[in-house]
Design a binder for this molecule. Structure first.
Ligand SMILES: [Ca+2]
Length: 350
């Protein structure tokens, strides 16, 4: 028996050595992949409507701190003068004031919303603006979003960019329509096909037949975009963000490392309380885009997705379809919510 145990133990430790070696090797390889190939992201957002866009941008900065992604540009589909300055205030807060920002011209949702003005005008105890930005509400020279998209894509290697669209489809639909110009000899559709490897989007409703906000605010652009976009698409539908709520324990307690935190101020202004959870619609699209292999979500079979004039989602299986949608199990909801609170509340890397 003793002998058996000894040889058994020897066998176990021998196997552990082999296992350890092979585990270390695979982890090394994974880390190498993350370290060498941060996901190149364009964040296209309607920041200023729901507050989850702010949480999503915070998550992007935390992921970039870990070298898991690189924020190439922020393009905005909310047509409001505070949207671009607040996006830049957030980027500056997180130490990345140079990220190019583009704004939609003549786009949807012109109203101020419930938190842009509050974040923009937050003052410190000396009465100075808390969150600096080069772009201000008076700036008249903010680049057009389609130009920023074309410039950003042109500068990147082929099939390297992931576009995270968490607002309306206005900018990307206009990109598809954009002709060759002095930025690129390719038209917008050719440019997207050549440079983009994935469109990760918070859009649609796959569990409940209803119009979804990001679609209904600009239905025509959504219909065009999702019919014509030339790369794979992964949808985070309404039901995913509803399932993965952002925890109140995080927003109340984990942002107090500075006297004024732009994410917490936006949240409080939008929700009128730090005691209410908020659906993590947009952060789920970011999380999938940067960490598709981490089993935060399941993926549907390939489907064709269309939207009717009321913004209602229709989808049917097609083995050659370019689209899939996310799913979540109860176990994944717990892990995803926890991962997002850790990322969104991570302090700037300084
Ligand atoms: Ca949004």
């Amino acid at each position: 028996m003793q002998k058996f145990r000894t040889s058994f133990l020897f066998g176990v430790s021998f196997m552990s050595i082999i296992l350890t070696i092979s585990l270390d090797f695979s982890m090394f390889q994974e880390n190498l992949t993350w370290a060498n190939e941060p996901v190149k992201l364009i964040f296209d957002t309607d920041i200023g409507n729901d507050v989850d866009d702010v949480l999503a941008l915070a998550a992007i900065h935390a992921l970039q701190n870990r070298n898991e992604c690189e924020l190439l540009a922020v393009t905005i589909t909310k047509d409001n003068k505070y949207a671009a300055p607040v996006a830049e205030q957030l980027n500056t807060f997180y130490g990345r004031s140079d990220v190019p920002i583009g704004i939609v011209k003549d786009g949807a949702t012109k109203e101020d919303g419930n938190y842009l003005v509050q974040v923009y005008n937050t003052k410190d105890t000396n009465g100075n603006r808390c969150f600096p930005s080069k772009i201000t509400a008076e700036s008249s020279d903010i680049p057009d979003a389609v130009n920023v998209l074309r410039k950003t894509l042109t500068a990147q290697p082929d099939e390297s960019v992931v576009v995270v669209q968490v607002g309306f489809s206005t900018n990307l639909a206009r990109l598809l329509d954009s002709p060759a110009d002095d930025i690129s000899p390719l038209n917008g559709k050719e440019l997207a096909k050549k440079k983009v490897k994935l469109l990760s989007t918070m859009a649609g409703s796959f569990a409940k037949q209803q119009g979804e906000y990001n679609i209904t605010c600009d239905v025509k652009s959504a219909q065009k975009l999702f019919a014509e976009w030339p790369t794979p698409i992964v949808f985070s539908g309404w039901e995913i963000g509803m399932a993965v709520q952002y925890p109140t324990a995080s927003i109340k307690n984990e942002y107090n490392y500075v006297p004024n935190h732009p994410v917490q101020i936006a949240y409080k202004s939008y929700r009128q309380s730090l005691d209410k959870t908020t659906p993590a619609f947009d952060p789920t699209s970011v999380l999938y885009a940067v960490r598709p292999e981490r089993d935060y979500f399941g993926l549907s079979e390939p489907v064709d997705v269309t939207f009717d004039d009321n913004g209602v989602t229709f989808f049917k299986p097609n083995p050659n379809g370019k689209s899939r949608y996310l799913t979540v199990t109860p176990e994944q909801i717990v892990r995803t919510s926890e991962a997002l609170s850790g990322l969104c509340s991570e302090p700037p890397k300084k």
